[in-house]
Ligand binder design. Structure first.
Ligand code: M6R
Length: 609
């Protein structure tokens, strides 16, 4: 969703900020803006659409001699995408400019209060109350920083805020509550951003701000305080060792395709140093410090959203089958508002690619005082969720930039399998074969990718249907849900995922020649049952595309089209089937001329509830 970058230092601040915003483009946004301090005046540049438009505005402006700048990419929540609603927002005197991620929940109340005192508002946003409120406190006699703190104390909701003012030209002020913010410490320069990707090109030395902290930054200094106690905080300076600043598409036309093609490497990275098939060992350094606690866990609740929740559902089957651990997956947005009893022997496992999903963060916050062990399966190193959890296992999939999650799903499923095997500790007969198969999987993933042309042809054939059903059983069931999500977000086709066994309980009523089904029908003890479901669909003239295991000739007689995947253990079929589904969704979007990297209405990182 929204992205924030601020810079103070000797480089061209507007260039640093616009480059930072470009690195955050993948998060999804609809407008972009910049406030640049030039001498004693602040230049405001804003545009609807891409950061490239903002870059062009910068090139046309005279910003020479500028000292600092703040910028923002906005994903509309309060008010339509427009220049007026784009950030930065300012006070009426245009002396205090603010960018904001998150939502100010009590903005109406503050707005009314300020309007009663004569303040006028230009935008429909919640954010505009912030510079106006700071202005109010300045006019009450406070200096800029105390006025900022006083304003923060009036706000309810979630925020990462960055302030620039002509009143104190060399200073940036920032604050964080439930929205990420990281300070990059350079040599005679400082950069603040909502995501380390925006600053990694300039410095690897960072401080992750904590909730309730306020920071004042000049080009050479930073000072962090706890807002509630107004006491200085000793910051922990960390090194960004695992973050790759490469954000290009390489030779691929889209990030999504590039990321799908990274599947074999993703599998290698997720298992590297962790799987030792010869010795029959799974080593998970991230769980070592809670190994003893894990022995006393009798229930696991997985919390996640979207694709991560479907990876969690695959994980649920792993935990039950391989670790004998009662497990359930809850959508984070529902978990937060449920009143279920949770005991100390329950562990809560959050799964998140970005590590910044607001609902998943809220789910972890909810159990903060329950004494539950909080675990994470996270891709983004150093992200909020990674830092909130007691222990966890990184996915190591590298930055994922297309809105549609692809390689992250594969890494999440792999890591969840490793956790289940780690808990199983060699007790099941499947332990060794699974470890060996994990080593063979990258080549099998590459074999699936080599069928891209065939899948593309299939996608072109089915691209103009309006509806699609995805069905599967057991491990293939969450995969059906994931296939449907992938297709709908990339191609805007109505798609639903169902447990194949549910067909007769309702969905079969929809089937006719215009309603195709994607059947996940790889070899498994339940294959015959899935084949019966396919028969029932065909009997109602519903077109069927099947994913089947290489060598299954029989299925050709049942399905209209078949995409074969290499033989693998049932537990690992979701990985290979997901690659087929991802390619299918990608090519349908290509056939329809859609921007699958940035689908309409969606953002990569969903940082508001
Ligand atoms: O970053 P997270 O894994 O927490 O994100 C969760 C969902 O927002 C995400 O998986 C979303 O469903 C994807 N766009 C699906 O491709």
């Amino acid at each position: 969703m929204c992205g924030i970058v601020g810079y103070v230092g000797p480089k061209h601040p507007s260039d640093v900020v616009v480059d930072g915003l470009t690195a955050l483009e993948y998060r999804g946004y609809d407008s972009a803006g910049l406030a640049v301090l030039v001498g004693k005046r602040i230049e405001l540049l804003r545009t609807v659409g891409r950061v490239q438009g903002l870059r062009e505005l910068v090139e046309k402006s005279d910003l020479s001699g500028s000292q600092s700048a703040i910028g923002h990419t906005r994903w509309a929540t309060h008010g339509v995408p427009s220049v007026t609603n784009a950030h930065p927002h300012a006070n009426t005197d245009q002396t205090i400019f603010v960018v904001h991620n998150g939502i100010i929940e009590n903005y109406q109340e503050i707005k009314s209060r300020l309007q009663a005192k004569g303040y006028q508002f230009a935008s429909e946003t919640d954010t505009e109350v912030v510079p106006q409120l700071i202005d109010y406190y300045v006019k009450e006699g406070l200096a800029l920083e105390p006025a900022f703190k006083a304003a923060l104390k009036d706000l309810r909701g979630a925020y990462a805020l960055l302030v620039i003012s002509s009143v104190e030209p060399d200073t940036l002020l920032a604050a964080k509550l439930s929205s990420p913010l990281v300070l990059g410490i350079g040599d005679g320069e400082m950069i603040i951003a909502s995501d380390p990707l925006a600053l990694v090109e300039h410095t690897k030395k960072v401080v992750y701000l904590e909730d309730g902290q306020v920071i004042r930054v000049t080009k050479d200094t930073y000072h962090i305080e706890n807002l509630a106690e107004e006491k200085p905080v000793r910051a922990k300076v960390e090194l960004l060792t695992d973050i790759d600043g490469t954000t290009g598409k390489g030779n691929f036309p889209h990030f999504m395709l590039k990321e799908i093609y990274e599947a074999p490497n993703t599998l290698k990275l997720a298992t590297a140093g962790r799987v030792h098939a010869h010795e029959g060992l799974v080593k998970l350094g991230g769980l070592e410090n809670v190994a003893e606690q894990l022995r006393h866990i009798d229930r696991l609740v997985i919390v996640a959203c979207g694709t991560s929740s479907y990876a969690g559902m695959v994980g649920e089957y792993f935990m039950e089958e391989l670790a004998g651990l009662p497990t359930e997956v809850q959508l984070a947005s529902e978990f937060v508002y449920r009143d279920e009893p949770l005991s100390r022997s329950t562990a809560v496992l959050a799964i998140s690619q970005s590590g910044e999903t607001a609902d998943t963060i809220s789910a972890l916050k909810k159990v903060e005082n329950y004494g539950c062990l909080r675990l994470g399966v996270v891709n983004a190193v150093g992200s909020t969720i990674a830092r909130m959890t007691d222990a966890g296992v990184y996915c190591h999939a590298g930055p994922e930039q297309a809105v549609a999650s692809t390689k992250a799903f594969i890494a999440q499923v792999t890591v969840l399998l490793l956790i289940a095997l780690y808990l199983n500790n060699g007790k099941t007969e499947q332990y060794k074969p699974l470890l060996e198969e994990l080593e063979a999987l990258p080549d099998k993933a590459a074999a699936v990718l080599s069928q891209a042309k065939h899948i593309e042809a299939m996608a072109r054939k089915y691209a103009m249907y309006r509806d699609f059903l995805f069905i599967g059983r057991r491990y293939a069931f969450p995969c059906a849900l994931e296939g449907a999500l992938k297709l709908k977000e990339c191609s805007y086709i109505h798609a639903e995922g169902y447990a194949a066994g549910e067909m007769k309980h309702g969905p079969l009523a929809m089937i006719d020649p215009n309603f195709p089904t994607f059947a996940l029908a790889c070899d498994s003890p339940l294959l015959e049952k899935t084949l019966s479901n396919i028969q029932e669909i065909r009997a109602r003239k519903g077109p069927v595309v099947a994913i089947a295991t290489e060598g299954n000739k029989h299925i050709r007689k049942l399905a209209d089209d078949v995409i074969y995947v290499p033989d693998t253990l049932e537990q690992l079929q979701p990985v290979l089937a997901a690659i087929v589904e991802q390619l299918f969704a990608y090519y349908v979007a290509v056939a329809k001329g859609l921007d699958m990297d940035r689908p309409r209405n969606l953002a990569k990182s969903v940082t508001v509830e």
